[in-house]
Design a protein. Structure first.
Lengths: 219, 233
């Protein structure tokens, strides 16, 4: 979706605040939100692309006003309700609804180390032919899906070069909407800064963007 | 609607006898973007956690262990050790640049949000800068969780269109003849920058070198400074 989250190239966002000796979490609730999202993810009711899309659905004015973890918390409540794990009434009342049975947590303390140490692979060991080869000139498609995409607006319609083929990965645009993983090749595509931003950019500079086959066409 | 829900939650939390977190007063110390009605958020998050625990959906010790892991165990010291090893061992650096996951695993690091790593190297003629314009993707196993500025709109919006301006804001002025490569983390690839080894570090051990390497240098918004004079091998 053409949301405010897709902010590469925007102006007017102000100076960068670089905090010295920054704590990992500034306030206790931030750490709780971080951990709750991981722990509830273990129920397998959504995937990383769906959870990113939920954050993109936070209305633009709210998205920009909110801190990072407030945004995550807001989207988390929505995805919890959509998943059916928790009802809106339960969130509003803070109490389990009558008749719901108590479950056993999916994410227990013994699972922390394995999750942290292994993570979740998004590469797929399936034979899918690449559409492009290293060194080939490609154009990022001029597409504007209303759903989730990882093709940033600043690159759409621009010509770049395939620098590297990483192999086959899950495709976020379908996976976010539970429409299948649609595994396909993922590349590193190099765009000259001047192709993206015109004469104001340095002729030497470039931006490397990860792109899947479905984002690209021959140039 | 929102107000009503917040009132309900506040009432629910108060009724449950939940103590206010001490971080409410602490919130006033910060001048940037994470202070939106902190007491309200403290209460709302606490209420949600209580609900999820009561429903048997989450286990509090697991939450505590996860927070402890990223507050105390995983952070930029990991990445610094990778960089220091690359500086002293050319064969390791080569492995790092060609198969980052395997090379990083040699030092015992890897996992969540670093499942697919790529390492890029700075030189006198090439400077690499990492960003995630779409959200907050960052290589957790080697750098820990990202700082606020990395996730902020100013950095995400400008790193791709004006990387030299962004670097200047961080106090790093690059010469015209240096090539800037910006890496936008739009997929599950996570990037680590191997900064240039600073002048004056020739006699240092690998461990001493690691202490020079900063998080910012491994994101690409800073260079590694030379060791203060008097530090000897």
């Amino acid at each position: 979706m053409n949301g405010v989250h897709d902010m590469g190239g925007m102006h007017g966002m102000g100076p960068i605040h670089h905090e010295q000796n920054e704590p990992v979490f500034h306030m206790n609730w931030e750490g709780r939100v971080f951990a709750l999202r991981r722990a509830m993810g273990a129920w397998g009711k959504w995937n990383i692309d769906a959870s990113r899309y939920e954050i993109e659905l936070v209305p633009p004015a709210e998205y920009l006003r909110m801190s990072y973890y407030e945004r995550q918390f807001t989207a988390f409540l929505e995805i919890l309700v959509k998943s059916g794990l928790v009802s809106r009434a339960e969130i509003d009342s803070g109490k389990p609804s009558d008749g719901t049975s108590k479950q056993s947590p999916a994410f227990t303390v013994d699972k922390v180390t394995p999750l942290v140490a292994k993570g979740v692979l998004t590469s797929r060991d399936v034979a899918v032919a690449p559409h492009f080869k290293t060194g080939q000139r490609v154009r990022a498609r001029n597409m504007h899906p209303v759903g989730h995409t990882r093709l940033p607006r600043y690159a759409r319609g621009k010509v770049g070069m395939i620098e590297r083929d990483y192999g086959v990965f899950v495709f976020p645009d379908t996976n976010a909407h539970f429409l299948g993983e649609k595994p396909q090749h993922l590349y590193s595509v190099r765009f000259a800064a001047r192709e993206l931003w015109g004469e104001q950019a340095s002729p030497r500079d470039s931006v490397y963007v990860n792109m899947w086959d479905d984002y690209l066409e021959p140039a | 609607m929102t107000t009503t829900r917040r009132d309900f939650l506040t009432a629910a939390v108060t009724a449950a006898g939940a103590a206010m977190s001490p971080d409410v007063s602490h919130a006033q110390d910060h001048d940037h973007d994470h202070q939106a009605v902190p007491s309200d958020l403290t209460l709302r998050v606490k209420a949600l956690e209580s609900l999820l625990v009561e429903k048997g959906l989450v286990d509090r010790p697991a939450l505590d262990a996860l927070i402890d892991t990223y507050e105390h165990k995983i952070g930029p010291r990991n990445g610094a050790r990778v960089v220091a090893r690359a500086w002293v061992d050319p064969a390791y650096k080569q492995r790092l640049l060609t198969d980052a996951n395997a090379a990083i695993a040699e030092l015992g690091y890897g996992g969540q949000q670093g499942e697919h790593m790529q390492v890029v190297e700075n030189s006198p003629k090439v400077h690499n800068l990492v960003v995630c314009t779409l959200c907050s993707c960052y290589p957790w196993p080697v750098l820990g969780l990202p700082p606020v500025w990395y996730k902020s709109a100013p950095y995400r919006s400008r790193a791709v269109i004006d990387p030299r301006g962004v670097l200047r804001e961080f106090g790093l002025e690059l010469a015209e003849d240096v090539e800037v490569r910006v890496w936008d983390s739009t997929a599950e690839l996570r990037y680590l920058v191997v900064p240039e080894r600073p002048a004056g570090s020739e006699g240092l051990s690998e461990e001493e070198l690691a202490t020079l390497v900063t998080r910012d240098a491994m994101v690409g918004v800073a260079k590694v400074m030379s060791p203060p004079k008097g530090v000897s091998a």
